[in-house]
Design a protein around this ligand. Structure first.
Ligand code: HEM
Length: 385
């Protein structure tokens, strides 16, 4: 049917959703220097020898990377190497230039993938997992300093994406049901989505099991930072040697780069004020292009769930819709609690010297008012019907 959307056309896996299916752990032998330095990044940083290790790396030919998975792995390795190289000595000891051996391949691989040349959710969550041998659990493949806390942060973020993936069929049902004007299908899809969002929240709750507040705040977050802007230790940005002498600015990694919530907002007709939406739109530039395109195409669908609900006297449909919005509202409220614990309260303990990251997310938002407004917009959407 014209205008209908198949999630599988957008680099979305039937089994793993937005998570990359079967990410690779090592590149071929030719790229051994990247394999070695990226894997050892936390250890090299703790020994203050990351910069030496990078400076000894040869300039490798990125055009020898074959296939999408290899390129995604190369991107993750190179952004990790960049992050360790920049932040090894903290904000005060940051460097202004990224050496050619990292800058040139990172620049080109990023352009090929349509990703920014900086650590991001598509690296550290979506392409950074594998099943354990018994297939019952997952393991994180690469990490940043912060020991078991950083590993757990990435792992639980994967659990949340995995919980979304398990409910993918419900999202497809809503998309199909809207196009076919099929109340039963949409109601069933919305009911499934409500369960999915609840499962995502339960998965997120697991963060508390092994994520230490001071370690997350002081050790993990700095390695997720981008560069550029007045409060950054690199206000003008970073120079990519061998690419351009003009410094380049990017936001760092943020969980706001997950496509999950933005997709639900668009489907459910949740709207945000222009300044908040501008931030969310900017986050789309850090998503894989297929996922970004999915959001645009769902926005452009010729039929809308909200119109269907507004015109409907089917109480099962309207109730399912309200319940789904309530679940997303709850998810956002719970997420606010996480951010309060791991960022806002941690910043009040004042253990990190600089103020750049203190009250801001790694994406650079003024945290709580921003997140509360998004939550309240979700709540309000019910009453707008
Ligand atoms: C310790 C756990 C977490 C912390 C401290 C945290 C922190 C943050 C921060 C600071 C922001 C604001 C954007 C920025 O400036 O970067 C944000 C936004 C966001 N985070 Fe998280 N996050 C956590 C876990 C998660 C998880 C597991 C997910 C799910 C994949 C998630 C999804 C989102 C989304 C979708 C947004 C955009 C705001 C919204 O749509 O409500 N977060 N997060």
């Amino acid at each position: 049917m014209p205008g209908s959307i198949q999630l599988s056309d957008y680099h979305v896996s039937r089994d793993t959703g937005f998570l990359l299916e079967n990410p690779q752990e090592y590149l071929p032998d030719y790229f051994e220097p990247w394999n070695r330095v990226a894997k050892r990044m936390p250890d090299l940083v703790s020994r203050h020898s990351m910069r030496e290790a990078v400076e000894e790396m040869p300039l490798l030919d990125h055009s020898r990377l074959t296939g999408y998975r290899q390129k995604r792995l190369a991107h993750m390795q190179l952004v990790l190497i960049t992050s360790g190289y920049l932040w090894q000595e903290g904000d005060a000891g940051v460097v202004q230039r990224l050496p050619e051996c990292v800058a040139v391949p990172l620049w080109h691989v990023s352009n090929k993938l349509g990703l920014k040349p900086v650590i991001c959710h598509p690296d550290m969550c979506l392409a950074n997992w594998k099943y354990t041998e018994d297939q019952r659990d997952i393991e994180v493949i690469y990490t940043v300093p912060g020991g078991s806390s950083s590993v757990w942060f990435f792992k639980v973020t994967c659990f949340v994406e995995m919980a979304f993936a398990k409910g993918l069929q419900s999202v497809q049902e809503v998309l199909d049901g809207v196009m076919e004007d099929d109340n039963v299908k949409v109601t069933s899809g919305l009911t499934g989505m409500t369960i999915t969002v609840g499962n995502m929240q339960s998965a997120m709750k697991r963060m508390h099991e092994h994520l230490s507040v001071p370690t997350f705040y002081n050790t993990v977050r700095p390695y997720l930072c981008g560069w550029g802007g007045p409060s950054s230790p690199l206000p003008n940005g970073l120079i990519f040697e061998g690419v351009s002498e003009k410094p380049f600015q990017v936001i760092g990694g943020s969980t706001a780069q997950s496509t999950t919530l933005q997709l639900m907002d668009i489907l459910l007709g949740v709207t945000h004020s222009p300044d908040k939406q501008a931030f969310l739109n900017e986050m789309r530039n850090y998503m894989p292009p297929g996922h970004r395109q999915l959001l645009l195409d769902v926005m452009d669908m010729p039929r809308k769930l909200t119109c269907m609900v507004a015109d409907s006297e089917d109480s099962e449909l309207t109730t399912a819709y309200s319940k789904c919005l309530a679940a997303v509202t709850q998810f956002r409220s719970y997420h606010i609690q996480m951010v309060t614990k791991y960022v806002v309260s941690a910043s009040k303990k004042g253990s990190r010297e600089n103020s750049y990251l203190a009250n801001m997310g790694t994406g650079g938002t003024d945290l709580l008012p921003f997140l509360k407004a998004l939550r309240d917009d979700t709540k309000k959407a019910v009453n707008q019907q």
